[in-house]
Design a protein around this ligand. Structure first.
Ligand code: HEM
Length: 492
């Protein structure tokens, strides 16, 4: 009996300790910024609520007033920032607010097993090395696969239309962006557009559900426990990485194609052969190219198509504007089309909350927020781009005209909002996204092809709602797709 009492007491102490850690932020966290109640992160697990509602109801007021809040996320308390001045400081002081991705933050988690140690999460000399290897291939790339794949995608839309013209968009958009990135950056074709049940695509569907499970995203700690479904998740992730790397081996390494080509993957293989990076680094970076390179455009394209369907007048304007172009490069010069794209990125930043920096020492953020050493600091992209102090009273409205009326002004406004950290959807500073140019080319070509062939509307059967947590995009988006008369040809 005394033994039982000891065990019970220990259990109570342990539970008390866990509750204490979850309910209150660490005592050395700054007191002059508000604390978001810890239950807020559990809401999407329990209720049918999306992340935009959560932000507007529980975070917005405090965030706009103070520019930073304390929030519980990913098994720990963090500081989440949305004020451009703080963000500019964080991006500039790379060595103080050092990148510390999932492989360091939660190395035991499924998400860390998925992406490993790569260019996005690395810091210091390792990151510089990765960046020098991968920059060229991500800035100079072939555009033809985007065109051909967009035409194939339109064929799939036609084929997958239900009797009322509705299409479930997510899986199809994923197939498009997977084929795009594999052909443009990795140097081979996964063939997800031409095969209904492609091995890689099946793996991805499975592991994404497991990785982005709201409960395990909030409590990655549980990935350490022998839970059968999580064990399975790790096995599936490992299998996915195997399939991917074996495709690279078969298509580029075994036949020495990498020696004559300038794909990013070819540059990585050359660096591996010259002992600049090891095999794990080669694999982790190939995986992240596929992951970031298809997931982020997938989210952005979903958001674009959603807003085109939601605002038919803009769809019509852009369609009209694209009628007289003589080649795909002309799309870069269209004011309405480009201001629409920038507004989508502002209204729905695909990567919403990013918390992957850790302070290397005690420091001051802005004038008076003292951040202790070893604190995770992140940014709330939706918070940045919806801040009325920054974007004015129309911050929450969809208004592409805010970017300007001619293409020169629109491009200046776009660059200036990134440089001043008023828009951080592609990060900023030295760590700015390397795939922004590629992503926009992909968006322009894909959307151009889609709206030449179809008119998009939101079906009444689809409940308008964004994802509950994680990446920000419409939840299980369905569109109603009506063919236009115009025949724009196909691509074999
Ligand atoms: C089109 C939508 C895209 C969006 C919204 C986007 C957004 C971002 C963001 C927010 C970051 C910073 C991530 C962090 O701090 O953890 C980032 C970094 C990065 N992105 Fe993208 N991305 C997009 C497309 C792409 C594509 C197509 C690629 C190509 C593979 C790519 C490659 C990268 C790389 C390599 C970095 C790391 C840069 C560095 O730290 O040096 N991105 N991106």
């Amino acid at each position: 009996m005394p033994a039982l009492r000891v065990i019970l007491s220990l259990l109570i102490v342990l539970v008390g300790y866990v509750i204490f850690k979850v309910v209150w932020p660490p005592l050395n966290f700054p007191r002059n910024i508000p604390t978001i109640p810890c239950y807020v992160v559990f809401l999407p697990i329990i209720f049918d609520i999306d992340q935009v509602d959560i932000y507007n109801t529980y975070i917005k007021v405090q965030m706009e007033k103070y520019g930073a809040v304390k929030i519980f996320f990913g098994s720990r308390w963090n500081i989440l920032v949305s004020k451009p001045e703080y963000l500019a400081q964080i991006f500039k002081e790379e060595d103080v607010f050092a990148k510390s991705g999932n492989q360091k933050k939660i190395p035991y988690s499924a998400i860390a097993a998925y992406t490993g140690d790569n260019i996005i999460s690395a810091h210091g000399d390792v990151w510089r090395k990765y960046r020098s290897i991968m920059t060229n291939g991500l800035q100079h790339f072939k555009e033809e696969p985007f065109i051909c794949n967009a035409k194939k995608f339109c064929g799939l839309l036609r084929k997958n239309r239900g009797p009322t013209g509705n299409v479930l968009m997510g899986p199809l958009i994923q197939r498009l962006t997977l084929d795009n990135i594999s052909q443009v950056v990795l140097g081979f074709n996964f063939g997800t557009l031409s095969e209904e049940t492609n091995e890689l695509h099946q793996h991805l569907i499975k592991i994404k559900k497991q990785i982005f499970h709201p409960f395990f995203l909030t409590f990655p700690f549980f990935d350490m426990l022998p839970i059968p479904s999580r064990k399975k998740a790790f096995q599936d992730i490992s299998k996915f990485r195997e399939v991917l790397v074996s495709r690279v081996k078969n298509d580029l390494i075994n036949n020495y194609k990498f020696e004559q080509t300038s794909y990013v993957s070819s540059d990585l293989i050359k660096a591996y052969n010259n002992n600049i990076i090891d095999y794990k680094q080669l694999t982790d970076n190939i995986v992240i190219l596929l992951v970031a390179g298809h997931e982020n455009p997938q989210l952005l394209l979903s958001n674009c198509l959603y807003l085109l369907a939601k605002y038919p007048s803009w769809q019509k304007l852009i369609w009209k504007e694209t009628q007289n172009i003589s080649n795909y490069k002309d799309l870069n010069e269209l004011p309405l089309f480009n201001s629409f794209l920038f507004e989508v990125v502002r209204l729905y930043p695909p990567l919403n909350i990013i918390i992957n920096r850790k302070t290397n020492k005690k420091c001051r953020m802005g004038q008076d927020i003292i951040v202790p050493k070893n604190t995770y600091v992140g940014y709330h992209n939706f918070g940045v781009t919806h801040n009325r102090n920054v974007w004015g009273n129309t911050a929450e409205e969809f208004d592409p005209r805010r970017w300007g009326t001619n293409i020169a002004d629109i491009m200046i406004a776009w660059r200036s909002s990134k440089n001043s950290c008023k828009l951080t959807s592609f990060h900023g500073g030295r760590r700015a996204c390397l795939g922004e140019k590629l992503g926009f080319v992909e968006m322009r070509i894909s959307i151009f092809e889609i709206i030449q062939q179809f008119e998009l509307t939101l079906p009444k059967e689809w409940k308008e709602k964004m994802t509950p947590a994680g990446p920000l995009c419409p939840y299980n988006l369905q569109l109603n797709i009506k063919s236009r008369e115009k025949d724009v040809g196909v691509c074999e």
